[in-house]
Design a protein around this ligand. Structure first.
Ligand SMILES: [Zn+2]
Length: 188
C-alpha cells in the first residue's frame, strides 16, 4: 500500500537495463543541496551502479529490484542520508512500473536531527585522507569501530580519530543488521 508523503518525494527511476530514466526536480534539488549539483541531462542514461562501487551494496540493490519486479506491491524500508551537520532519517519506497518496465525509487525525509559538524561524512572531501580505511554501512551510516557497528560520533571516540591529523577513507558496505533487514524485506 502506498503511503502519502508529507514531504515531497525525491524520485528517480531506472529502466530495464538499470539506467537512470527519470529524475524529479525535487531529486535534483536534494542532490544539489548535498553538494552534488547535476542536471537531468547529465543523469539520464547513466547506469545506476556507476555510483555504487561496493559489491555488497550492488548485490542488495539487485535483490530489491528483482523483488520489486516480482511483486505488485511497493517495497518500503528506512535508511539514513546524513550530512555533516544533520542526521537524516529517510524512507524509501520502491515499486515496479509495469507499463514502462521501470523501477521507481521514491525517497522522503521522515525527520532530521542536528549534530556537531562531522567532517568524516562530508560528501566531497578535499582534505588529504589517511591510509586508514573505515567501513561505513551505506544504509544506516553506522561505522565499524573496534567490535561493533556504531554511530559515526561513537566510532570517532572509540578509534580516537579526533586525535588523528588526517581523516580516514570511507569504504561503503553494509552492516549485519541492514543485511538481515533488507534480505528479509516483505512487500509493504
Ligand atoms: Zn546498516
Amino acid at each position: 500500500m502506498a503511503i502519502e508523503p508529507a514531504h515531497p518525494s525525491y524520485v528517480h527511476r531506472v529502466d530495464a537495463e538499470l539506467r537512470i530514466s527519470f529524475v524529479s526536480e525535487a531529486w535534483l534539488a536534494f542532490a544539489s543541496d548535498n553538494g552534488y549539483a547535476t542536471t537531468a541531462g547529465a543523469e539520464l542514461g547513466r547506469p545506476l551502479f556507476s555510483v555504487i562501487a561496493d559489491e555488497e551494496t550492488r548485490h542488495v540493490y539487485q535483490l530489491l529490484i528483482e523483488r520489486a519486479r516480482a511483486s505488485r506491491e511497493a517495497l518500503q524500508f528506512g535508511y539514513r542520508c546524513d550530512s555533516p551537520e544533520r542526521r537524516r532519517w529517510m524512507q524509501m519506497q520502491m515499486r515496479y512500473l509495469a507499463d514502462s518496465d521501470e523501477i521507481e525509487f521514491a525517497s522522503r525525509l521522515l525527520r532530521t536531527e542536528p549534530r556537531p559538524y562531522m567532517p568524516l561524512i562530508e560528501f566531497h572531501r578535499h582534505q588529504p585522507a589517511s591510509r586508514r580505511v573505515l567501513s561505513m554501512c551505506s544504509w544506516c551510516k553506522t561505522v565499524l569501530a573496534e567490535h561493533a557497528w556504531v554511530e559515526v560520533e561513537e566510532a570517532v571516540m572509540q578509534l580516537r580519530l579526533f586525535a588523528a591529523e588526517t581523516m580516514p577513507r570511507i569504504s561503503h558496505g553494509i552492516c549485519p543488521d541492514c543485511s538481515k533487514r533488507l534480505h528479509s524485506l516483505e512487500s509493504a
